[in-house]
Write a protein that binds this ligand. Structure first.
Ligand SMILES: NC(=O)c1ccc[n+]([C@@H]2O[C@H](COP(=O)([O-])OP(=O)(O)OC[C@H]3O[C@@H](n4cnc5c(N)ncnc54)[C@H](O)[C@@H]3O)[C@@H](O)[C@H]2O)c1
Length: 444
């Protein structure tokens, strides 16, 4: 096999500023968790960048470094956090309100650190998130002015905190459903639409635009279009900025993208898949609005179609009935219950059922994803890999892909792709799992 060459990756020197759009349950749990890990008070379970190893070379070589020792990632100690939110709570108040962490064990010991993190005024408009009211909000005559104000925030934060590099992660509420339209095609149309306060330019797009214009990578953890529009994809490529999304793949969809490849691998049919969730946090309240739910529903529904390929396997999957529900149920808070009933069929069409009841914690699952995305997007930026980061599809329910491609949803294909991309970056051989050299007939 030809020797691979490593990419020229700039070192991860200095501080990395991580700006979260939104300082709600996910963002505050992420930030508090990193601080707890830095102080040795908790472990960053769920994070590949902190815990996973990567196999290099043949199995006999026994080379399995930690990912963080293999690729040059920013260290937890070098992260500096900031946020925007229309709700003025600081990170301490946000942690207490969302009730994810135990107050005495995990919040009080880092109270001072959390209190110092006050959210910057947000670009927020209730038209796009009906169930929220914001008071910590920027004022501007046009959307262009608001985008410029966000750009200034990014520059000011970088200077104030002496950051070497920055990254922005959307951890804010799910906006109403918007389809790509004329204003999202070219930079000229997009800028004109910002000047004219066009309703198809959502606040999240302004954050995406601002980050790209400041040459700052942007990852989108919610299902809103945001940077998944032609104009921002092109702008990111042209300016050399890493972007990606959408929607953190955490609970029910993670399970779906593990089980459905199993059915397909064994050629088992699926007649129906009913998924429901009960959730009582602010995200659940926002998603109780039909227009925000529509955005989430699209993101959750897509995965089975792509994985099961009904056009290729009509007998097995063409009649699959797929339903997704989210019900706001306050008593559960952030502890979501995701329940699935799957009707499958096997040999000669005989039916079987699988029930999954995932009693999860939404933000506990999402927080390590925010960390990995911040570190990997910063890595991609230093490795000069602009545009959509498809190799990070692993983290998203509805992965953004290059134009003309369909997304890869299977969690283990995504995982292989992520690790092979890291190998490729560092000039290591790809692992194909072929292993013919170990067979008898391969030895002559
Ligand atoms: N497992 C998970 O928790 C999970 C999985 C996938 C996606 N998500 C998505 O992540 C996002 C955050 O989830 P959460 O549980 O932290 O919700 P949350 O409601 O606790 O926090 C969202 C925060 O965003 C703020 N916000 C809304 N619009 C904003 C704007 N324009 N600018 C700045 N801030 C804004 C809100 O005021 C709120 O504080 C949601 O969109 C959710 O759908 C979460």
């Amino acid at each position: 096999m030809a020797e691979a060459t490593a990419r020229n990756i700039a070192p991860a020197q200095g501080k990395l500023g991580v700006l979260c759009v939104g300082l709600g349950a996910v963002a505050s749990t992420f930030i508090a968790g990193v601080e707890l890990a830095r102080r040795g008070k908790a472990k960053p379970f769920g994070s590949l960048t902190q815990l996973a190893t990567i196999r290099l070379g043949p199995r006999t070589a026994s080379r399995t470094p930690l990912i963080k020792d293999f690729v040059p990632l920013a260290k937890l100690e070098d992260l500096v956090f900031g946020a925007w939110d229309p709700i003025p709570d600081n990170a301490y108040e946000a942690c207490l309100k969302c009730g994810v962490f135990d107050k005495h064990e995990h919040v009080e010991p880092i109270k001072g650190f959390l209190q110092r993190l006050e959210p910057m005024p947000a670009v927020f408009d209730q038209h796009y998130v009906k169930r929220l009211e914001g008071i910590n909000v920027k004022k501007g005559r046009t959307k262009r002015e608001l985008a410029e104000a966000l750009r200034k925030d990014i520059r000011d934060f970088k200077t104030k905190h002496g950051c070497d590099r920055m990254v922005v992660v959307w951890c804010a509420s799910t906006e109403i459903f918007i389809q790509p339209g004329p204003a999202h095609q070219t930079l000229e149309a997009f800028e004109k639409a910002m000047d004219e306060n066009d309703v198809t330019i959502a606040p999240s797009m302004l954050y995406g635009y601002a980050a790209i214009m400041e040459n700052v990578p942007f990852a989108n953890g919610a299902p809103n279009l945001t940077v998944d529009i032609p104009v921002l994809e092109k702008l990111a490529r042209e300016r050399g900025v890493a972007i990606g999304g959408k929607d953190f793949k955490t609970g029910q969809t993670m399970i779906k993208t593990v089980l459905s490849p199993m059915f397909k691998a064994r050629m088992l049919g699926v007649a129906g898949w009913y998924s429901t969730n009960i959730l009582g946090n602010r995200d659940g309240e926002v998603l109780d609005d039909p227009e925000s739910f529509k955005t989430k529903e699209e993101s959750k529904l897509g995965v089975l179609e792509y994985i099961l390929q009904p056009a290729l396997y009509p007998d097995l999957y063409a009649n699959l009935y797929h339903k997704v529900r989210i019900n706001y149920y306050p008593p559960r808070g952030d502890n979501k219950e995701g329940w699935d009933n799957i009707d499958i069929f096997g040999w000669c069409g005989y039916p079987m059922q699988i029930k999954v009841d995932f009693l999860c914690r939404d933000s506990i699952l999402a927080a390590p994803l925010v960390l990995d995305l911040a570190l990997f997007f910063d890595l991609a930026q230093r490795a000069k890999m602009p545009g959509v980061q498809e190799w990070l599809s692993f983290y998203f329910k509805s992965p953004q892909v290059a134009p003309g491609l369909y997304p890869e949803h299977d969690l283990f294909i995504q995982h292989t792709k992520l690790k092979n991309t890291l190998r490729w970056m560092m000039g290591e051989e790809q692992i194909t799992h072929l292993g013919t050299e170990y067979y008898e007939y391969g030895k002559e």
